[in-house]
Design a binder for this molecule. Sequence first.
Ligand SMILES: *Cc1c(COP(=O)(O)O)cnc(C)c1O
Length: 432
Amino acid sequence: MICENIGVNGANLTFAGVDTTALAKKYGTPLFLMDEDRVRFNLRLYQKAMKEAFGEGSFPLYASKANCFKRIYEIMKEENMAIDLVSPGEIFTANKAGFPMERAFFHGNNKTDSDIAFAMESSVGFFVVDNTNELKAINETAKKKGIIQKVILRLSPGIDPHTYAAVATGKVDSKFGVAIETGQAALIVEETLGYENIELSGYHCHVGSQVFDEEGDVYINAATIMMSFAAEMKKKFGVEIKYLNMGGGFGVRYTENDPYMNIEANIKALAKHISSLAEELEIPMPCVLMEPGRSIVADAGMTLYSVGTIKEITGYKNYVSIDGGMTDNPRFALYGSKYTVLLANRMNEKSDFLCDIAGRCCESGDIIQPNVLIPKPVRNDIVAVCTTGAYNYSMASNYNRIPRPPVVMLSQGKDYIAVKRESFENLTALDV
Ligand SMILES: *Cc1c(COP(=O)(O)O)cnc(C)c1O
């Protein structure tokens, strides 16, 4: 199986040790499952590896856009994690969960004036500044409030990991951050140092998502560029920074063909490289931050659906339609993402029926996964899509007025609801 938390008991698929067909019966479908123990396991792996490799003061931030609801923020609080937030909606949710906001980092390439004010009123610890427009606005708001706002500057190191174009974010022409190559990054450092109500805490880069070792030394190269930039800024302006934030992006396995990413080994290699750079460039070793999203929650998630229509177009192809679709998982429609699909109530049968798993939306592109092999299903069989813990619930929509599925958490063999199923009343609640 692609992850240790997936198993088989007789004919039935288990997830986090719980029978998925029983969960489908208890809660109905479509249904998001989240393995709470796996989330904790994954984030502890980062915490431990980073502390060992980079020392005290270095830590991971959970990039909460990957999957965001109150219970997730409570878990992050319990685990003493820091978090990334990218919108006032995420800030509001984290606040509601009682997350200590001094450990929150506020991202985004277009923070509005009201976003900035709201984040400061919420006492967000750090702003990750994307551009000079917002830097100025942050200084003005901080001045009005009589505070000094800590900021980290988001720079683009000019690196292109060969993941999907839509999730490569560190290129010079990216919409995110300030380019080092054009000289604009040096200008924003100078500008930051001139503002009275801003404290420069560090530099940030995020090269992309779903990055594997096979892409070459993406993080090593990014670190070289970032550290060299830090040394240059020290020379030019005498400024030393506390934090170097290397972003997120470690890849996860969606199918048996995907490689394993050894998180500990990567962190170790990165630490070795950064510390030798520090020595060589004669700057202090920074505290290193990383921002994993997908690799904390993806393999902690699974989606269950019920089979509806089975359509065999003779001589062409077969469709198996399920009771969800791009409204709960738009990732194939957006990026052509790969997924492992299983027939949860017939795991002991031969997978010899080739089909596309289609959603129920009025879009031909509403496909969860094409060319899947499963046992030939019948109506009301249960389809499981694996590794859906990242960028599924958080990307869900109400297209075609389809209510969003609930999120059921699994921990130590027990199940509980973290997010309720949306009702039709919820769907019309804002209609005047
Ligand atoms: C999306 C994002 C992340 C998380 O990326 P993953 O691929 O989910 O690990 C981290 N940092 C920033 C700035 C992001 O935009």
